[in-house]
Design a protein around this ligand. Structure first.
Ligand code: THU
Length: 160
């Protein structure tokens, strides 16, 4: 038996360190977050994607009284992008979360199901998706790719 260590690196930013294009993506994610339909969790999430044609696509979490029928902000956004712009690459993504119950001042990472769903598009487009994630305030974390935050992801190649 031998242990295999799989490292994971994250870049941490203060708000005033972000470049203008990422601040614009953040503004779009915040606007989307405030359109969330989250009457059950009161936890609002917004996601904004930058496509290689310059378009910004946004999504917010959409909850349902039958809880599992709801959907996360990230998947609302990537599936819309996949449905409307199947030939375009997703370059960057900004995710922001806010609770109606308490201040969120640390980065909120995308859930496991969203990482797997986003990984599918990263593999499909053969180039990494840079993802920034954040709370309402505080530091912002960046991963250079989905694969970086989903080690051992399930890849469709496994089905060949
Ligand atoms: N949520 C997201 O939108 N994205 C995530 O990555 C994690 C959780 C939403 C789903 C649900 O509406 C609420 O946050 C609480 O889980």
């Amino acid at each position: 038996m031998r242990k295999i260590k799989i490292p994971l690196y994250i870049d941490e930013f203060e708000l005033d360190e972000l470049p203008a294009d990422i601040l614009a993506l953040r503004d779009a994610a915040i606007e989307a977050r405030e359109k969330a339909y989250a009457p059950y969790s009161h936890f609002r999430v917004g996601a904004a994607l930058l496509l290689d044609n310059g378009k910004i696509i946004t999504g917010s979490n959409q909850e349902n009284a039958a809880f599992p029928s709801g959907m996360c902000a990230e998947r609302v956004a990537i599936w819309y992008a996949g449905a409307q712009y199947p030939g375009n690459k997703i370059l960057k993504m900004f995710i922001t979360a806010r609770s109606e119950h308490k201040p969120i001042n640390q980065p909120i990472p995308p859930c496991g199901a969203c990482r797997q769903s986003m990984a599918e598009y990263e593999i499909k487009q053969k180039s990494p998706i840079e993802i920034y994630f954040s709370g309402e305030t505080g530091k912002i974390w960046r991963t250079p790719s989905v694969a970086n935050i989903l080690p051992l992801l399930f890849d469709g190649k496994n089905l060949d």
